[in-house]
Design a binder for this molecule. Structure first.
Ligand code: HEC
Length: 418
């Protein structure tokens, strides 16, 4: 062996221990927990235990290793490489490996002076005090052990249209509130639904409990881990004059239940907006999934009509309990396909409004395709139907949906132009 080669080899070997330096809590692990875990693992939030301190992390080290190795945690669903989103709390392979190596090494603390200052949100409203707080008018206690959806009507006290730039949700009872979606009820369809079963609100699932026949029927939503964000400058969701707001709350009181009064904070645009954000649903309502079929594929497509160039700001894919995968692709006019989002292990418990890092321009003549894969076999532990049955579109827990909402603005709209 030449001297030169020996020299290179020995420097390489000497360098190895440095390259594989043992991760410590103070240096690497604390920072990963801050960015990817603590939005849920803090006191009084949806996760069962906090992961805020060394003692927390050390106590849970074996479980941390298991859940990150099995990719159960964190529950960030979009597969990397299919659309680029702001605020991802998914782990990179390197971060996952760091956590595992740290546990394998016995969870070393490192130098405590290197621990970064705390960042976990502590205040109620992450964007500061809202301009308006709407809330349930009475408290509601969902039945224990259940998995249920309840809609509550909130009256809009404004006598003019309002433009909303951000929505934040303050669950009244965090351990049992799993997600919240706000709907705009322009025609008052919800008025006849409330209180019929003797409890506040009404039961609903997968939607507001009435037909959505407008692209201005959704105001926004919240799922655990979602950080409230202002829409880009000049964009707002418009609540028409006199409209009602309907709050859909998903309760998941598995171990214990309790009273809930969930509040929603609205942040209004302070200046006139240039564009409204609309939610376009791309749906297939005519499918039938045969009983026992472990892999049933359903498509929904949307062709962008003439003169309707638009920009996609956010996306909200949606299926119910039989959903396994959802894939959304854009075929721009005359160009090849572009992935918008892909979720390969759909979990109804963790859905989200995903905001694109950069708004996605879509020319008229382009098409969007949503591909849903369902498992209607007995092997699907979430299958709500026993005995198995044919399943189609519907609002019930035992029905399905293949749907994606697109939060878009239209290029032709300019509310500021006179
Ligand atoms: C979006 C919210 C959220 C984020 C982010 C999150 N978790 Fe969790 N975590 C939960 C919830 C909720 C549970 C309870 C189990 C369930 O309901 O799925 C949980 C449970 C756990 C458990 C216990 C699991 C068990 O089976 O006993 C561990 C350990 C854990 N999380 C670690 C982590 C780590 C490490 C991270 C960051 C890398 C993280 N989680 C990020 C919400 C979250």
């Amino acid at each position: 062996m030449s001297r030169r080669l020996i020299f290179i080899l020995s420097t390489f070997l000497l360098a190895l221990p440095v390259a594989q330096a043992q991760p410590t809590y103070s240096k690497e692990v604390s920072r990963i927990l801050q960015e990817k875990c603590q939005m849920c693992h803090r006191p009084n939030d949806i996760a069962p235990m906090p992961l805020l301190t060394y003692d927390d992390a050390q106590l849970w080290m074996d479980d941390i290793k298991r859940v990150v190795s099995d990719k159960i945690m964190p529950p960030w669903k979009p597969v990397p490489g299919f659309g680029e989103f702001r605020d991802s709390y998914g782990l990179s392979d390197a971060e996952r490996q760091t956590l595992i190596s740290w546990v394998n090494a016995g969870a070393p603390m490192g130098d405590p002076s290197e621990i970064p200052p705390a960042t976990a949100p502590t205040g109620d409203w992450q964007l500061g005090d809202p301009d308006l707080i709407v809330q349930m008018t009475e408290s509601y206690t969902p039945p224990r052990g259940g998995d249920m959806y309840r809609c509550f009507v909130v009256t809009n006290p404004f006598d003019q249209a309002m433009n909303v730039r951000a929505v934040d949700v303050l669950p009244g009872n965090r351990p049992i509130v799993h997600h919240v979606i706000m709907y705009i009820d322009e025609k008052g369809a919800s008025a006849n639904l409330s209180g019929k079963d003797g409890s506040p609100g009404y039961t609903c699932f997968g939607g507001p409990g009435f037909d959505i026949d407008s692209i201005n029927a959704m105001l926004g939503g919240w799922a655990p881990g979602t950080l409230p964000r202002y829409l880009p400058d000049g964009i707002g969701v418009q609540i028409p004059k006199g409209a009602r707001l309907v709050m859909q709350v998903h309760y998941f009181p598995q171990l214990k239940t309790g009273e809930d009064v969930t509040k929603v904070g609205l942040y209004f645009a302070k200046a006139p907006i240039e564009k409204r954000l609309f939610y376009i649903p791309v749906v297939n309502t005519r499918f039938k999934i045969p009983p026992g079929d472990p892999q049933n594929v359903v498509n929904a497509t949307f062709d962008v009509p003439p003169f309707a160039d638009l920009k996609i700001v956010q996306i909200f894919p949606h299926m119910h309990l039989l959903g396994k995968k959802i894939n959304v692709e854009l075929t721009p006019r005359g160009r090849s396909k572009q992935p918008l989002i892909f979720i390969d292990d759909w979990d109804f418990k963790y859905q989200g409004f995903y905001n694109y890092k950069d708004q996605i321009p879509v020319a008229s003549g382009s098409s969007v395709r949503v591909t849903c894969t369902f498992d209607n076999s007995a092997n699907n532990p979430r299958n709500p139907n026993d005995p198995l049955k044919e399943v189609g579109w519907g609002e019930g827990t035992q029905d399905e949906m293949c749907l994606s909402f697109f939060g878009v603005t239209f290029d032709f709209e300019s509310l500021l132009r006179l």
